[in-house]
Structure formats: C-alpha cells, structure tokens
Design a binder for this molecule. Structure first.
Ligand SMILES: Cc1cc2nc3c(=O)[nH]c(=O)nc-3n(C[C@H](O)[C@H](O)[C@H](O)COP(=O)(O)OP(=O)(O)OC[C@H]3O[C@@H](n4cnc5c(N)ncnc54)[C@H](O)[C@@H]3O)c2cc1C
Length: 413
C-alpha cells in the first residue's frame, strides 16, 4: 500500500519508518533537509518524567511574567493567524487542575513506552547516538529542589518507576563536578536517556531507504486533496505529483496551513527555540542537565556541549536572535563551574509545533479516509517520536486502535 508522509522531522520519519516496516511503500517529502527543523538542534532528551503539559494551573501567570521580562525563557508574538486572544483563552481553559491532570496522565501513558520504543529502533538496526547517564535537574534555590522532590512523589503516583536520587549542597560535585558549587542540589532521574537528535533523524532516513522507501528533500508540499474514494493526491512546489491510499501530515506548525483548504482546523503554532553547540575548555558535564531556574537545557554529546532554550510562541522566522541565544548561553554557563565554549560547532533556531492544550495531535481525520495527522508534540517530540510512529503505523496499516491515543485525537478541538 502506498503512503505519502509530509514532513521529515522526527515524527514524520518515525511514522514512515514503522509503516515501511509493516510493508507500506512510503514516500517522505520535506520542504527542507531531513530533520533540519525542530528535530535538529534540540536537547535530545528522552524524558518520560518531564512529559507533562505546559497548560497547568498558574502557567498563565508564569507566562505573563516571563513574556514581560527581557530575560524570561518564554515570549509571545501576537499575529493575525495566531489569534492572540483566542489562543490565550484556549490555553487558560486547558490550564485548569482537571484538564492538566487529564493531560498529564495521557502524556505519562504514552511516555511510559518511550524507552522501549527507542530500544526497538536499535534492535532493528537504526543507528543513532544514544547516552544513558540519566538527566539531572539542577536547582539553585532550596524551594525549587523541594518542589522537585514533591514532583517525584506525584509522578510516582502516576506510574513513573525510574530511579531517582537527590544530591544536596556539597554532594553535588560527587555527582557531576562540572556543576557550579553554588547550587542547592540536583535531582538525578537515573533512567532518562538522551540522543544526539541529528543522528536520530539521519539514522531513521537511512533505515527508511534501506526498507525500500523514498525520502525527498527541498520540495514543499503545496496541496493535499482527495481524489476519489480511498485515494489522495499530493503536489509539491516543484511540480512533483503523488497519489497514495494514505497521507500522514507531520509538517509541524505548517500542518495548520496545509489542512486549512480541506476545512480542517488544527490550532497549532510555532514556539521558537535556539541552541549553541560547542567544544570547550574546563570540566564539561557528564550528564544532561535541566538548569531549572532559567529553563535552559544542557546536553553533552561526546566532547561537545549543547545549551538550548527559549520558548517564543508565534515567532516563526528562521533568523538567529543573537540576544536570545546569548541569554541562553550566559544563563547556562551560570550553572557550570568551569566549562566555557571555545569552538562553536553550530548555532541554531527551530520551532516546536505547539497546540493550545500542549498535547500532540495523533490520529485519523474523521470523514477523510486515509488522512492521518501526527504533530503538535511541543517540547516532547524526541521523547514521543518512536512511540508515536509505532502506534500511528499500527493504526494506519492494521487498524489497531489503542486507547493510549484517545486523548490526542483531532476531534478534541
Ligand atoms: C530548543 C529545543 C529543545 C528541545 N528539546 C527537546 C528534548 O530534549 N526532548 C524532546 O523530546 N523534545 C525536545 N524538543 C522538541 C522537539 O524538538 C520537537 O517536538 C520535535 O522535533 C518536533 O518534531 P516534528 O517532526 O513534529 O517537527 P519538525 O522537526 O519541525 O519537522 C517538521 C518538518 O515538516 C517540514 N514541512 C513543513 N511544511 C512542509 C511542507 N509544506 N511540505 C513538506 N514539508 C514541510 C519541515 O521542513 C520540517 O522538516 C525541543 C525543541 C526545541 C526547539
């Protein structure tokens, strides 16, 4: 059976890989290079523990404080398509205690499968860089460390069963001597993992081609339309045309524009992030670190270290914002005792596909046989990529429905 997948980010590639494994003849089409958008310069964490929606009680207040501060990790840029007031109202509605509890349980259900699906990729020969040192959450303030300890108890009650150790004060250097001596402590989430995300997307693209699939780069899809019962037509900017029984739309925030002519609404927006990856001098961290107070992520990849951050909603441009990146680097280095960058490998921007309730959209479009959407993974696309691909492919190829995907259906909007 022929399937066209639109978007060669981690989500589209995972869907395409799993469909090819189930015998589909897949063609993946991307407007740019494989994995070059959000799926490239991110932190690469596979983190079931952090799989919770941003839409949470108190999040709106935090966001407003952050949006109005020049040094805040988050910003919002109003524009006509975003529908600023509607977005805020929908986010508010999704941030109640009840909706947040529902979203957290839903994400935890999916994320509980994350590590197993990464292992399944490796077992089947997909090659990528993976690291197994866990993830450290570093807090400068005691009250934030206490808050994290409470969070561990809450996540345990939701089924999180990874090992956790807390290091306080002088114990921190014994955990990772790269961390600044002035922090209050670290919560070590021992079973979390991280990958070099660029290696994951490259590994998936190679595996798709080895399975007989095709990956087309630098040719944006212009139109998706039904062509008779059970057949879809896809045309690209360069004039290529495809017909297939299934189309999977995994084009991140551009999904909204691609589906609009079919009268399908997906409230998706870009949340721009940025990162710097560098070799350096001094003691480099041996664990990936969430630098809590500034919401900066620090990821070691072999000899290189990546500092990433910012969550700028509605900012869709691809320009490197020097001030924002410098802020991320400066704030990140404030948590490190001696490591300083000397040779910058890459400076990057990318856009997290984010929905109003900060939950992904995964599933068939009702009344549109063969059309499937997989996007909106926000801050969790790496973590949830392989599990999304496996469940979506099973649903498309074999009609296997799992209740794990029920909270993520497009019908909720
Ligand atoms: C700074 C930062 C740090 C992050 N850290 C983590 C982390 O540690 N762990 C984690 O789990 N997640 C993390 N994320 C989130 C993660 O990167 C994203 O959720 C994930 O990459 C989204 O994957 P995607 O495939 O949906 O989107 P993308 O990677 O953006 O892929 C979508 C693709 O669709 C293509 N496309 C768009 N329009 C068209 C069109 N018309 N035709 C054809 N192709 C089109 C684009 O070119 C793009 O390649 C982070 C994100 C950022 C920005």
């Amino acid at each position: 059976m022929k399937t066209t997948v639109i978007g060669a980010g981690v989500i589209g590639l995972c869907c395409a890989y799993e469909l090819a494994e189930l015998g589909h003849d897949v063609t993946v089409i991307d407007a740019g290079a494989v994995g070059a958008e959000a799926s490239a310069g991110n932190a690469g964490w596979i983190t079931p523990f952090l799989s919770t929606p941003r839409a949470a009680p108190g999040a709106v207040g935090d966001a407003i404080r952050s949006f109005t501060s020049t040094e805040g990790p988050a910003r919002m840029q109003p524009h006509a398509e975003l529908g600023f007031a509607t977005w805020i109202a929908s986010f508010l509605r999704a941030s109640t205690k009840r909706r947040n509890a529902h979203g957290t349980a839903a994400l935890q259900g999916l994320a509980a499968e994350a590590h197993a699906h990464f292992a399944a990729l490796t077992d089947r020969g997909v090659v990528f860089e993976e690291y197994t040192e866990g993830l450290g959450v570093v807090c400068k303030k005691d009250e934030n460390l206490d808050h994290y300890e409470d969070l561990v108890a809450k996540m345990r009650s939701l089924g999180y069963d990874g090992g956790v150790t807390v290091y306080r004060g002088s114990e921190v250097a014994g955990f990772d001597e790269a961390i600044s001596r002035d922090v209050a402590g670290v919560v070590h989430l021992e079973s979390e993992r991280h990958v070099r995300p660029e290696s994951l997307t490259q590994g998936l693209a190679k595996a798709i081609e080895s399975n007989g699939g095709t990956v087309i780069e630098h040719d944006a899809v212009r139109v998706i339309s039904p062509q008779g019962r059970g057949t879809w037509f896809v045309a690209t900017e360069s004039g290529r045309e495809f017909t297939s029984s299934n189309v999977v739309v995994a084009a991140a925030y551009a999904t909204r524009k691609l589906l609009k002519p079919l009268s399908i609404t997906v409230p998706l927006e870009a949340a721009k992030g940025t990162s710097m990856t560098a070799l350096g001098e001094g003691v480099a961290p041996s664990h990936p670190l969430k630098l809590y107070e500034n919401m900066v992520a620090c990821s070691p990849f072999g000899r290189a270290v990546r500092l990433s951050g910012t969550f700028d909603i509605g900012v869709r441009d691809h320009k490197l914002n020097r001030k924002r990146l410098d802020m991320v680097v400066r704030q990140g280095l404030g948590f490190l005792e001696s490591w300083r960058p000397t040779d910058v490998e890459v400076e990057w921007v990318g856009h997290r596909p984010t929905t109003v309730d900060d939950l992904p959209v995964i599933g068939p479009v009702p009344g549109r046989d063969g059309l499937y959407v997989a996007t909106g993974h926000g801050t969790l696309g790496v973590t949830l990529g392989p599990v999304t691909g496996a469940l979506a492919a099973a649903e498309i190829a074999r009609g296997d429905r799992t209740e794990l995907l029920d909270p993520f259906r497009i019908t909720r909007f």
